[in-house]
Design a protein around this ligand. Structure first.
Ligand code: TRP
Ligand code: ZN
Length: 496
């Protein structure tokens, strides 16, 4: 050590170092990551870089068991930290040593390592667990979906608690290896590429790898009897799709839509830049709810999306999210407009491409079909609040705001922003405010007033306020009842 002058305070500090550092200063990690919409979601004190899930699932009984190994780094001196989880834990090890654990709150697994963990050090957490996910709930609900031949984990903003322990917030993205053993004849689908399968003792194990940062809610699992198709897009993106063998009448329309994934990924690349992941695709299990979800690289589609025939629009929507939502994730759930406004706008661009109405015509339609007293206008897409996070207004008002931006800054700047944004924040997180600043920088125009008018007002903007709308038409369409409720929705959201 170098000899130097020691100030009295420094001497005191160096004496403190004789005591185990952590005993003096370590504290528990926060039980939430600090998102005002969902205060208990995610956790504080560490950052996960990789999840390794090695699981076994029995569809007959809905029993899930296995081991999760998390690679993390501490962001503070930690005496204790939480994971978000609902299944039954039998053992936890931290850096190889047994740790004690307890449950608290709605979905907290509190882990106390044998020794406190100093800030900035790598930590390996091993959690052994089992349970019947369909018997667990938090806040009175469950997002685990059983099907006649298996189960599906795909939901937003929360899906992980029912199948793996995590730091459940998009701010903490990580890579994943998901390995699931299922009875022979059954398939397990997850994100990324299928590295291998192996079979023994009546069980087949599927090893999936998603090698780019991925938010916890975008990590998906489907078990069931699937037909898996593989191909490569013209642009070179490998595509893996999976269809339940039990889709009945919807089978043809599902395949006629989802098999166009490669074509649509390439088409979207023209607007958003190179596809950010090493694999693309979707799966259609035999679920009964109406949703689709942008699960990273492997989109979840409810069969209901295809009940009226092919639906390339929903495929475009979910694939657009691969750039807007998955590659660039939101910083907080209030930033949902960046996900849904742009995914909806991509559907408008597709409509224009297909000759079914231009983006401007669809914007005009949204504007004129909701009279000023429609509750639609009370939802601020820029900060809708947790109850209205997925209200139709976040989608349609949200895309209308995108059109207003386009009209304000002109096509050259607009399409430069559309393509530049995923590049600027690749594999990261960003907010609505970050987006405004970026659009201002690219266009050279101040945009605070435009954003305020179209995203942050609980009322219908006047046509003169900004150029979101090209024509003021008659307001003849009756008010729509407020439609988004947790279970009810995406049928109308993604109508063909
Ligand atoms: N993000 C989804 C989409 O736009 C919609 C969605 C919101 C959703 N909450 C959900 C889907 C819960 C499934 C479950 O496509
Ligand atoms: Zn969406």
């Amino acid at each position: 050590m170098h000899r130097r002058l020691i100030a009295p305070g420094a001497l005191a500090a160096s004496l403190l170092l004789a005591i185990p550092a952590s005993a003096a200063s370590s504290s528990p990690g926060a039980p939430g990551i600090g998102d005002p919409y969902y205060p208990a979601y995610g956790n504080g004190g560490y950052d996960v870089s990789h999840y390794d899930l090695r699981l076994t699932y029995q569809p007959r009984t809905d029993e899930l068991e296995g081991t999760a190994t998390l690679l993390a780094t501490t962001t503070q001196d930690l005496s204790r930290f939480d994971l978000d989880f609902l299944l039954d834990v039998s053992e936890v090890r931290v850096n190889g040593a047994k740790a004690s654990f307890a449950t608290s709150g709605q979905h907290e697994l509190e882990i106390t390592p044998a020794k406190p963990l100093p800030k900035g050090t790598p930590v390996t957490v091993v959690v052994r667990y089992s349970g019947v996910p369909s018997t667990k709930s938090a806040y009175g609900f469950s997002t685990w979906h059983r099907t006649p031949d298996g189960a599906v984990a795909a939901d937003e903003p929360e899906a992980a608690w029912w199948w793996y322990p995590s730091n459940d917030h998009p701010l903490d993205k990580a890579t994943y290896d998901v390995s699931v053993a299922v009875p022979d004849g059954t398939q397990a689908i997850s994100n990324g590429t299928l590295q291998s399968t192996s079979s023994r003792l009546g069980w087949t194990r599927y090893n999936w790898r998603s090698n780019k940062p991925q938010a916890t809610y975008l990590t998906t699992l489907a078990v069931g009897k699937f037909d898996i198709t593989t191909s490569t897009s013209e642009g070179g993106v490998p595509v893996v799709n999976a269809y339940s063998k039990d889709l009945g009448d919807n089978d043809g329309a599902a395949r006629a839509s989802v098999e166009r994934t490669g074509e649509l990924v390439d088409w979207l690349s023209g607007y958003f830049g190179p596809y950010p992941f090493s694999s693309a695709g979707g799966y259609v299990p035999n679920t009964t709810t109406g949703y689709a979800l942008e699960t990273q690289t492997r989109v979840y589609y409810s069969p209901k999306q295809f009940a009226n025939g092919s639906n390339t629009s929903v495929v475009v929507h979910e694939l657009a999210h691969q750039w807007y939502g998955d590659d660039v994730s939101l910083k907080g759930w209030k930033d949902i407009w960046i996900n849904e406004g742009f995914a909806r706008y991509a559907q408008w661009l597709w409509s224009e491409h297909e000759g079914e109405g231009t983006a401007q015509e669809l914007a005009d339609y949204v504007y004129t079909s909701h009279p000023a007293d429609d509750a639609f206008w009370t939802v601020e897409p820029g900060d809708p609040g947790p109850d209205d996070q997925f209200d139709i207004a976040v989608y349609d008002r949200g895309a209308l705001a995108v059109q207003a931006l386009r009209n304000e800054i002109g096509d050259d700047a607009f399409f430069a922003v559309l393509k530049g944004w995923p590049k600027k924040h690749a594999y990261g997180n960003a907010s609505v405010d970050d987006f405004r600043k970026y659009a201002e920088q690219v266009s050279g125009k101040p945009l605070a007033a435009l954003f305020d008018t179209w995203l942050f007002q609980p009322s219908k903007p006047a046509v003169s306020a900004a150029r979101g709308v090209s024509l003021a038409r008659g307001e003849g369409v009756p008010a729509r009842p407020k439609s988004w409720k947790r279970i009810a929705a995406t049928d109308s959201v993604h109508g063909r």
